[in-house]
Design a protein around this ligand. Structure first.
Ligand SMILES: O=C(O)C(=O)C[C@]1(C(=O)O)C=C[C@@H](O)C=C1
Length: 430
């Protein structure tokens, strides 16, 4: 059963910010922890699971101590965030399309006690079967049972409530940039990043059989997919409106179930197969090397190691005037020869604006940010521990989101997609 949170619009680009609040009083600065008998980051390389868990817990507790509860938001954020669009049920469907057999995405109201399951790993993703996120789940966890969820938020909660064991969620695309919604949700929820997977994304223009490009008046898809194909759509000479949809495969399903002959969807070849659509154009992403990076989330962190390349993701905020804090943070990595692979800033929802009073020139309004940084080192390395210990001295909030193996799989633009994982209705759990 798929009961939805609220009757959502079919498509939207409107943003409603998620009002999460997070702040730690600036007095909590010391890295010396008498309660654990020493410094936060012990200088030993081989951390035990208990050490690592307590390190995470300590960092997390700083956030938890000052985080204000907020359950009010279940809606979408900015244009490249997820939107509350419904998949289309109960509409006329094509005879050839076995859509009724496909699993329906989980919704907030489905998040009740975990169902019985076998020993197959259950992996939550956002979207419906045929979404790139489903393929990413299959690449991250071959042979998993992929569980579709209608929103990113639901995928987080599915893991927290033991309905799923893992979630695999997109965080950035090489053309479209960051998926901001998931950055915000990483902070609001308590899951740990335990891995990453990079998926080549090969888009197709899909329409009902017999439909020609000239018939099209609109193209629907996930905002990221629309952004990734913008130039190609124009060069194809399509004079069409672009409309945002919850996920690429959901857009394909919508075209199919509603018999729309003036609308095409941007989605995967697998979505074409699942929903009985024809491929009008193949490889329409603006760059053949288009790739989306997904993170794997779990309730427990993994023990960081040093025997293979690791990446660590952190988020921090500071409450000091001036510009030097960011410089100091970056220096803490640079001095230790630690490469950063990503830096992202998001509004500091608790204190988005700081007024700086300058008697001579008026009142300046500075925006405040949460900074997300990924760096190439394992938390089992002393240099990473020392870098974070130093950073904690001049930040007001610091949390390790995860320390996890880097995705080192060789990647070629033309490589075939991984085989799809099984889904609840297509293969019984063992
Ligand atoms: O809509 C899908 O198929 C998704 O899996 C989502 C998503 C995204 O959020 O960026 C994932 C990969 C592609 O970059 C396009 C869309």
């Amino acid at each position: 059963m798929a009961v939805r949170l609220s009757p959502p619009p079919k498509h939207t680009l409107l943003a409603k910010p998620a009002p999460f609040l997070i702040h730690r009083p600036s007095t909590v600065r010391s890295i010396h922890r008498p309660d654990i008998g020493g410094p936060l980051f012990p200088g030993s390389v081989g951390v035990s699971r208990a050490d690592w868990l307590s390190t995470c817990a300590i960092l997390s507790s700083k956030a938890a101590a000052s985080q204000q509860p907020d359950n009010a938001d279940h809606s979408s954020g900015s244009a490249d965030e997820t939107h509350h669009l419904t998949t289309v049920n109960g509409h006329k469907s094509l005879d050839l399309v076995p859509i009724a057999n496909l699993p329906k995405p989980l919704t907030i109201t489905d998040l009740s006690p975990a169902p019985m399951h076998g020993n197959q790993l259950r992996v939550a993703y956002q979207g419906v079967p045929g979404a790139y996120s489903e393929a990413a789940a299959g690449k991250a966890y071959p042979n998993c049972e992929a569980i579709p969820c209608d929103q990113f938020e639901v995928a987080f909660q599915a893991v927290e409530l033991w309905i799923a064991d893992r979630a695999v969620l997109p965080v950035e695309n090489s053309l479209g940039g960051s998926i901001h919604r998931n950055y915000d949700l990483l902070l609001r929820h308590r899951l740990h990043i335990v891995g990453e997977v990079q998926l080549p994304v090969h888009h197709c223009l899909l329409a009902l059989p017999g439909v020609r490009k000239e018939y099209l008046t609109r193209v629907i898809s996930h905002p990221q997919a629309l952004a990734q194909c913008e130039l190609t759509l124009t060069s194809l000479g399509l004079n069409v409106a672009r409309e945002a949809f919850d996920d690429t495969a959901g857009a394909a399903e919508y075209v199919a179930t509603n018999g729309l002959r003036d609308t095409a969807a941007i989605a995967s070849a697998r979505a074409a197969e699942l929903y009985g659509l024809q491929i009008l154009a193949d490889g329409i992403q603006d760059d053949s090397g288009n790739v989306t990076r997904f993170v794997m989330l779990a309730r427990e962190p993994i023990i960081p190691r040093t025997d293979r390349p690791f990446k660590t993701s952190i988020v921090f905020a500071h409450d000091r005037e001036g510009t030097s804090v960011l410089f100091k943070v970056l220096s803490a990595f640079a001095f230790r020869n630690i490469s950063l692979t990503k830096i992202e800033s998001r509004p500091h929802r608790h204190r988005p604006i700081r007024l700086v009073d300058d008697a001579n020139v008026g009142t300046a309004k500075h925006f405040e940010y949460m900074f997300y940084v990924d760096f190439e080192a394992s938390m089992a390395e002393v240099r990473a521990q020392n870098a974070l210990a130093e950073i904690q001295e001049f930040t007001s909030f610091l949390r390790v989101l995860g320390s996890y193996p880097m995705d080192m799989t060789p990647w070629m633009a033309a490589s075939p997609p991984p085989p799809p994982p099984s889904s609840p209705s297509s293969s019984p759990s063992s």
